[in-house]
Write a protein that binds this ligand. Sequence first.
Ligand code: ATP
Ligand code: MG
Length: 569
Amino acid sequence: MSTTDTNTTAPTQNRAPDFIRQAIEEDIASGRYGGRVATRFPPEPNGYLHIGHAKALCIDFGMAARYGGTCNLRFDDTNPEKEDVEYVDAIMEDIHWLGYDWGDRLYYASDYFGRLYDFAEQLIKAGKAYVCDLTADEVRGHRGTLTEAGINSRFRERSIEENLDLFRRMRAGEFEEGSRTLRAKIDMASPNFIMRDPVMYRIVKTPHHRTGTTWCIYPMYDFAHGQSDAIERITHSLCSLEYEIHRPLYEWFIRELGLYPTRQIEFARLNLTHTVLSKRYLRRLVDEGIVSGWDDPRMPTLCGMRRRGYTPEAIHAFLDRIGVAKTDSVVDFSLLEHCVRDDLNKRAARVMAVLNPLKVVIDNYPDEAVEQLEAVNNPEDASAGTRMVPFSKVLYIEQDDFREVPPPKYYRLHPGNEVRLRYAYYIKCTHVVKDADGAVVEVHCTYDPATRGGQSPDNRKVKSTIHWVSARHALDAEVRLYDKLFTAENPSFEREGGDFTASLNPRSLVTVNGAKVEPSLAGAKAEQRYQFERVGYFCADSMESKPGALVFNRTVSLKDTWAKIAQKG
Ligand code: ATP
Ligand code: MG
């Protein structure tokens, strides 16, 4: 039941302007901001960036670039209890990885704590904010419902003097956490809950990762975000749809404080099937040890995707395909995989790797001989050249490429059948050797010396070409076959009252020990990407692969399921 954004075929630049471009172009034409375009990307440093953030980044930096403007990076770090420098550093690294740069425009909402405090006093002095002593429970009880107005706090009519005095004492640390808040005096009967006297400041006695113990009161996100935009003279504050209902509040603060009138424009969040794109859930996956960390290759985080072998180019191609919409939708994960495959097809070197080895002995091949055979690195890219692959008497092929008793239409190796070894020779199976349990442990063949390079001089046809590695030259490798993290298209555990484990895919990671790979992989560098011929796209694991102990991650399989889905419509 997943749907994809419409307009998924043309790259962005060829498409009619989307609603964000239209809005910005209107403002440029009318001279609203003197023709300026200034955007920002405002992550909260409480987790790692995921593919949804990549969409926001692409819009924020993309719009600035398109109109010759600027894009700031601003950390909205108003919550010391959940934030950490670890996240700040990782976020910067991921943004650079995607190819964006904020130049010298790096800001932190925490740099504005002094000014935000002054704004709060300004509102108190204007009679627009008050210190409220209701407990969190009481505040909830006063909020009202969708159909009923809320109830005014009994502290709402405090005098300006009393409010100023209490607020200053909150700042001085005289009161306990949770005992008082500063609230905007707006309208407890507003149909928009956000406008029912929202909290502006709360007491939190946790040190902040940048300001230490300077503050024991912190602005709420909603009080910091809009004013930070205004301080930076942001013209267009682009954000996801859930902030739409906050817009009237942001505008109220800006109006009452007489600040720079940033225009907020909302777009639909990116949702993807078979995964979750919410930092809250991603953190649980990490904390509960369901994945190995934020950069586990199964995570939809940018660092996870990078470790998995996705390229920034593939992610950009994907974001181009899905475009920018105003209504929420769920994009099929297979579209992202399609884009990854498409990109890797052009750039990944082909190599031969055997995941489940079966020994093949070529009885008429000289015992000690070794030949170097030429293999094409990338049929899609002539400039990638060729390499030499060693061939000898004992080889490994995939167990799947041999059947002692072939099923109908099985054209790969079986007794009496001839196949082509990629870049090498035609071989014909003569007999097998079995172990005590009857399992085939060796396949014996003869080769035809006249078919060197995989061509037969008499044009003899074979119906199948299989890959192989030379046993004495092959390197051992561990191969991790990654798949979707959740079996459910929309793992909505919360809605259904279930928990994480309910739709986790038990086969999201299958580890293959004892794979055999061709010797050219000895120097595989972190994140270097390959196509293992006939098997899939893989990359060397950036954390654990080393010379002598190679580890490869499956980036994506060769089978494109997107084409089928796209056809169904
Ligand atoms: P989460 O809900 O995962 O915690 P968030 O919205 O709280 O995400 P922020 O760090 O506040 O995360 O987000 C920074 C920017 O990224 C915001 O402008 C937000 O609108 C945008 N963003 C976050 N998630 C998505 C998404 N899935 N699709 C598009 N934009 C997103
Ligand atoms: Mg947020």
